[in-house]
Design a protein around this ligand. Structure first.
Ligand code: HEC
Length: 178
């Protein structure tokens, strides 16, 4: 009822304040975190800091990038990092990594690779900088892993997903040089 009397933006702000509770009622903008989507552009979701993130609707429908990232992860990364970002004896659980390292570190490691050598092991993260099937889908893989790490996306193939946005289709074509 309250919402009916307010403009949409004001209603959203009011709902936000109600949810945040009295203690935070003074805060003008919601606290920035590395997970929560605060805005959407052409079917892509971003945090308050403009970092790509996932979106899962109340009925479990995931955004396109999360679904695409699920597929790309399982074709390019899971052989070492384990199914569903769960990790393996050889390589770390990326669903946890993305909750700890920042987006730019993620991009940097995937683009340039990393080698960890000690007396008993040599662990090699290959560089994917020349692999369009990874580089053109970095955000997809990243947001998928974040959805897994947040605990909001169960293991396995997401059952329902948003349709592929036209802008994503266009960006993909130009990235792949098609
Ligand atoms: C050939 C095996 C292999 C493949 C394939 C592979 N990785 Fe890795 N990756 C590793 C290993 C091993 C490490 C740990 C390197 C180290 O100890 O420094 C690693 C580390 C990483 C890290 C750093 C994690 C952290 O917690 O610091 C990221 C991010 C990462 N990989 C992303 C990816 C993504 C995304 C893909 C798929 C596009 C991928 N990897 C495919 C082996 C692999």
């Amino acid at each position: 009822m309250l919402k009916l009397s307010l403009a949409p933006a004001a209603a959203a702000a009011a709902a936000c304040l109600l949810a945040a509770g009295a203690a935070q009622a003074q805060t003008e903008t919601p606290a920035a975190d590395n997970i929560t989507a605060t805005h959407e552009e052409d079917g892509r979701y971003y945090t308050a800091d403009d970092i790509p993130t996932f979106h899962i609707a109340d009925d479990g429908t995931v955004d396109w990038l999360t679904y695409s990232g699920y597929r790309r992860y399982h074709s390019e990364c899971h052989v070492c990092h384990g199914p569903d970002g769960e990790g393996s004896s050889y390589a770390p659980a990326l669903k946890d990594s993305v909750m700890q390292i920042d987006y730019y570190d993620f991009v940097n490691v995937v683009t340039n690779g990393r080698e960890h050598v000690d007396s008993s092991n040599t662990n090699v993260m290959p560089s994917f900088g020349d692999n369009a099937n990874v580089m053109c889908y970095l955000d997809d893989i990243y947001v998928y892993l974040k959805a897994r790490g947040s605990g909001e996306l169960p293991r396995g193939r997401p059952e329902k997903h948003d349709p592929k946005p036209d802008s994503v289709r266009a960006a993909e074509k130009s990235c792949l040089g098609l």
